[in-house]
Design a protein around this ligand. Structure first.
Ligand code: GRF
Length: 206
C-alpha cells in the first residue's frame, strides 16, 4: 500500500479514542500513522499513554498562549511541525477558532457522542435519555466553524435499552466510538466505503 498519511490527534482527557486510533494505525494496512498526540492539559491520561507508547506527545501550553488566536497558532505550529496532514479531534475540549478551522478546511475531523444533528454539545447521553429516543450513537464529522455542525462522514447507532442510565449509555456508545473512528478515518482517507461487515451498524453518506 502507499505511504501512511501522518495525522495529529488532539485530546484533553482519557484518550480512549486516541488509543483506538493508535491500535488501528499499528496495522500495516491502516492508511494513517499518528505523527502527533497533543493536549491542552499536561495531566491528560491520554498524553501519558502516548508518552509510554513512544508516540510524539506534546503539551499545548495554555499559559503562554494568550487568547484564542495565539492558542490556535500554537496548535497550528505543533501540527505543522509534526508533519501531520490531518487533525483528528478526540475529546479535545477547546473550540477551535475560525482562522485555524479555515486554514485546515476539510482536514479536521471530530468524533461526537450522539447521532448528529441531534444533541450537539455536552451531556448528550442524559439528553437522549430524557427525550426517550430509542436510537442513539456517535458521529464522525468534519469540523467547521459551527460547533458539531460539519458534514457527517460516518455514524454508528445502537438501540437504547429501558435499563440504560447516562453512564451505561456512555459506555456502550464509547465502545461504538472505538470501532467507528478508525473505520471512518480509513474510509475517509481512502475514499472507500466502510467494510461490509461493519455496514450493518455503520452508514456512510452516499
Ligand atoms: C468521547 O465520547 C468523544 O466522542 C467526545 O469526547 C469523549 C472523549 O473520550 N468528543 P476519550 O478521551 O476518547 O476516551
Amino acid at each position: 500500500m502507499s505511504a501512511k498519511i501522518p495525522i495529529a490527534v488532539l485530546l484533553s482527557g482519557r484518550g480512549s479514542n486516541m488509543r483506538a486510533l493508535a491500535t488501528a494505525a499499528a496495522s500495516p494496512d491502516f492508511p494513517a500513522r499518528i505523527a502527533l498526540v497533543a493536549s491542552d492539559r499536561a495531566d491528560a491520561p491520554g498524553l501519558n499513554f502516548a508518552r509510554q507508547n513512544d508516540l510524539n506527545a506534546h503539551v499545548l501550553d495554555r499559559g503562554t498562549a494568550h487568547g484564542r488566536g495565539s492558542f490556535d497558532a500554537a496548535i497550528d505550529a505543533a501540527v505543522r511541525g509534526s508533519g501531520a496532514e490531518l487533525i483528528c479531534l478526540a475529546g479535545f475540549m477547546r473550540i477551535l477558532g475560525p482562522g485555524l478551522v479555515n486554514a485546515w478546511h476539510g482536514r479536521i475531523i471530530n468524533i461526537h457522542p450522539s447521532l448528529l444533528p441531534l444533541y450537539p454539545g455536552l451531556d448528550t447521553h442524559a439528553r437522549a435519555l430524557a427525550d426517550g429516543v430509542k436510537l442513539h450513537g456517535c458521529t464522525v464529522h468534519h469540523v467547521t466553524e459551527g460547533v458539531d455542525e460539519g458534514p457527517i462522514i460516518a455514524q454508528a447507532a445502537l438501540t437504547v435499552s429501558r435499563s440504560d442510565t447516562a453512564d451505561t449509555l456512555a459506555a456502550r456508545v464509547l465502545t461504538l466510538e472505538h470501532q467507528l473512528y478508525p473505520a471512518a478515518l480509513a474510509a475517509h482517507l481512502t475514499g472507500n466505503d466502510l467494510p461490509e461487515q461493519k455496514a450493518a451498524i455503520f452508514s456512510l453518506p452516499v
